[in-house]
Design a protein around this ligand. Sequence first.
Ligand code: ADP
Length: 669
Amino acid sequence: MFAKILIANRGEIACRVIRTAQKLGIRTVAVFSDADSDAMHVHMADEAVYLGPSPSRESYLVGERVLEAALKTGAEAIHPGYGFLSENADFCRQCETHNIVFIGPPIPAIEAMGSKSAAKTIMEKAGVPLVPGYHGEDQSRDLLKQAADDMGYPVLLKACAGGGGKGMRQVWKESEFDEALNAAKRESLSSFGDDDMLVEKYLTQPRHVEIQVFCDQHGNAVHIFERDCSVQRRHQKVIEEAPAPGMDPALREAMGDAAIRAAQAINYEGAGTVEFLLDVDGSFYFMEMNTRLQVEHPVSEMISGQDLVEWQLRVAAGENLPLSQDQLHINGHAFEARIYAEDPDQDFLPASGQLSFLQAPTASPHVRVDTGVRQGDEVSIFYDPMIAKLIVWDEDRDKALSRLTKALSEYRISGMTTNIDFLYNLASSAPFREAQLDTGFIEKHHSVIFHDDAQDYERDLPLAALYLVLKQAQRAEEKAMASGDPSSPWHQSNAWRLNEPHVHHFELQLHDRVFPIAVAQINTGGSTRYTISIGELEVDAQGNLSGSELHADIDGYQSRATVSIHDDTFSLYTLDRALNFKMVQADLGESDQGDAGGGLVAPMNGTVVALLADKGQRVEKDTPLLVMEAMKMEHTIRAPADGEVSEFYYQAGELVDGGAELLSFNADE
Ligand code: ADP
């Protein structure tokens, strides 16, 4: 086994690898950029080497610097994590030249899977089922079009060099073919410097099911079962689980065998993932093979009881696979939810900022949190905005899902918008509970997950109002206890008056609506009841608050909720949903709900990608005006009303701070 390894990565995966190395008594070397000089992975490692400025292409992606760091510190091997240099064959070659072990597959295996079309050709020969389609070398428009016409629409055009969902276009009918082909080629050329395309039958309700494989240098190969990663947004995974719901042993064996065949076809070594689309009729098709450890590997670890990073290190050091196929068993069910700094209500716009408060659920055999940040750390604009991975395990899917929603309701983060409430709503929705999974899950169940239903307000606003008055009463009581004379009427929170119920007035904001609320407090014989009025709605409520648990009785219906407060917002987690409320201070006056000007500031730190209108041009409401990019995601600024742009303050290519005014807009009267 190695005595010292270097981890060529950052964040949670660097920390994850360091933990296993420490367990095995291996010394660790971290690398870091300017933004990460004080990062968690740097503190965890035995040594750390500076790479360069914050942008990854000047630090984490510079192979020579990483290699220099390994040589300087005497590391025998490099673990690349995922992303960055993990699938970079040139970097592997440099490692080989310097006699440093790359903890990953052999170079030809990485190269073979680098092109989607070449990968499909290899898999076809190995007898692995493919999505019907064309992946040949002749790239003429007529041939591609003929292939699409022959297989029947819808089809999917994919960039051969593609990744991250880029260069991919659905074509629903023949007349849309040319436009889609041109767009996919353009995107592919600008992202990958190559515009070769393949055409696939577009499956309309597939699941994304992938198999974890492992091979050693001695010809042994196993699969460590499957993961279902169907819940995706923008073709990126959101919640993953293992095993895949409804998977019968025969199908598992067939997919496992196909995955091993795929790995052996390219003489694979180490950890790999073979991704399949699983169709409604139980047919499955090879999609691609990722030649590295996946973000979602922890769910496989939880159900197999194995440490996959330990397996990677053992295999790279030349040992045999720790277990054979018949020694591997599935135990229970696991979920992983990716906690991101992003705003689901704004099309998952990435967020950044300082984690002013951070409290994760308590770790236990049921709950695991893989993270690379601590309270006070920055989520910077330079890297992926993932804050943590929340992983839960229990004996079966239902129990594991309860663990997941509970742990999500206990996750407290202040300082930036996160997707926790979105994840909670998704995980507690009926279709997810019933495992109605396919890759269109989020779009299909949008209204359930985002709760844009007016009825929700009637149900949850009184709960939120009750929580606020109970909290206020609790605070007043605490103050009174501290003052030494708790029985004095002057300490009562109800602004004690003779013979008169006290009425509290305040406002609560939910999404973009502000609700004026009145709560009348009625004290009768030692118990307190409230009449809550919200517009036309009036309910009778009582309840109590202990810690973050709210017990409520609203018009005779009893319910419970967990509440988490951050700054002037609080989240209410009921059994089947999470809602984010903002307390609107009375002295702020009428909240300005108009959108004039509001959307014309940069919503995040980032780069201006393109100006889409001319200065002085007349535009209609919602016309795209400017595109910004941050953390690999684009965000479009649109006209707030009919009118004209009188000035752009930035040009394409310029860096902008979040909050900066981007342009001046004159709305029509
Ligand atoms: P990338 O490498 O860009 O991530 P993939 O080929 O892995 O692209 O596909 C990403 C996602 O796109 C899949 O998880 C699936 O949701 C969807 N997808 C890919 N191919 C098809 C297809 N033929 N039919 C339907 N959906 C597909």
